[in-house]
Design a protein. Structure first.
Length: 318
């Protein structure tokens, strides 16, 4: 994607980092388009009418153009609102492209179906690649600690809730099961861009399978590194174990879906769409779960801590 952002306000590292983060998020919805044919232009300036800032964005694609202009009390808020507006337009535009070849066209006095080519089959589209065994092996080589950390958290949560016995499920066994299932010829693999959420979903299913034999013999007590602009990576903030563990313990009483969505979004750094893939539910359900978890955390964990405040503030971007 070709990106050009002009600043007519003092350019700060925080603003620049926020812009880069928003561009990266937007880029996840643009992977179907050839990068050299996508152009994003933007202007960050002072509000010409009153105090505050104004942000204008123009996204030009091979198949159309989106634009947004947002005004807010701060440049940070205006940037988020403008990118949010363009993203919503892009989602609708992609939906139209997917359905366009099915439209009924009027031809004279009769209505006939005009067979056109779906956008995904045109030269302007990038053909998504299906995950290969090499992709899985490469991901595991680099991200095994991250995947194992997620599995350990899920096991710990279920042990504390009384859903499984202590040491009933071993993290290494789950990792091996995930890799074996992912590499199995019987497994339908998704597109490459969905590799990580898919592996996390396989991990959840593996934990459920390992814990299933004893589930009916035992009462269930309670069934129902943050991706932050100030951090270099989710792993860095996740290393602050004490507060992260306190947050996780606090959210155990907020509900399973709420805890899972909040942790995946603020600590693991997944997008709302990716979390929906992992949890196999709707995007709006994920947003609602994160919102409820944030509200619960603010009430139940009054401790003042910069990391807690960053977690809460970042969750608002959902």
């Amino acid at each position: 994607m070709n990106v050009h952002i002009s600043y007519k306000v003092p350019k700060t590292p925080d603003l620049d980092k926020l812009i880069n983060q928003q561009v990266e998020k937007l880029g996840r919805y643009l992977q179907v388009f050839r990068p050299e044919l996508v152009h994003l232009k933007g202007v960050v300036e002072e509000n010409p009418v009153s105090e505050g800032a104004a942000v204008s964005l123009n996204l030009r694609l091979p198949s159309g153009q989106m634009a947004a202009q947002e005004i807010s009390a701060t440049a940070t808020a205006a940037i988020k609102e403008a990118f949010g507006a363009v993203t919503e337009q892009l989602k609708k535009h992609k939906q139209l492209l997917r359905n366009e070849h099915k439209w009924l066209r009027r031809r004279g006095p009769e209505t006939a179906r005009v067979e056109t080519v779906p956008f995904e089959q045109t030269v302007a589209a990038v053909k998504p690649e299906i995950i290969s065994a090499g992709d899985i092996a490469g991901y595991v080589d680099v991200n095994l600690p991250r995947l194992k950390r997620f599995i350990l958290r899920e096991i710990d949560y279920r042990e504390n809730e009384g859903q499984i016995l202590p040491r009933q499920v071993a993290a290494d066994d789950v990792v091996n099961e995930v890799i074996a299932e992912a590499l199995s010829d019987h497994q339908d693999r998704p597109e490459r861009m969905k590799l990580e959420p898919w592996l996390y979903r396989l991990a959840k299913r593996a934990i459920e399978r390992f814990s299933a034999p004893d589930r009916e013999e035992r009462p269930i007590a309670g069934e129902g590194a943050i991706a932050n602009p100030a951090a270099e990576s989710p792993e860095e903030l996740a290393a602050q174990h004490e507060l992260i563990r306190l947050v996780e313990m606090t959210l155990r009483d907020a509900g399973r879906n709420e805890r899972e969505a909040f942790i995946l979004y603020t600590i693991e750094g997944f997008t709302v769409e990716e979390i929906a893939d992992i949890a196999n539910c709707g995007v709006e359900n994920v947003r609602a779960s994160i919102r409820r978890a944030r509200e619960y955390l603010q009430r139940a964990l009054p401790v003042k801590d910069p990391l807690k405040e960053k977690l809460v503030e970042y969750s608002r971007t959902v």
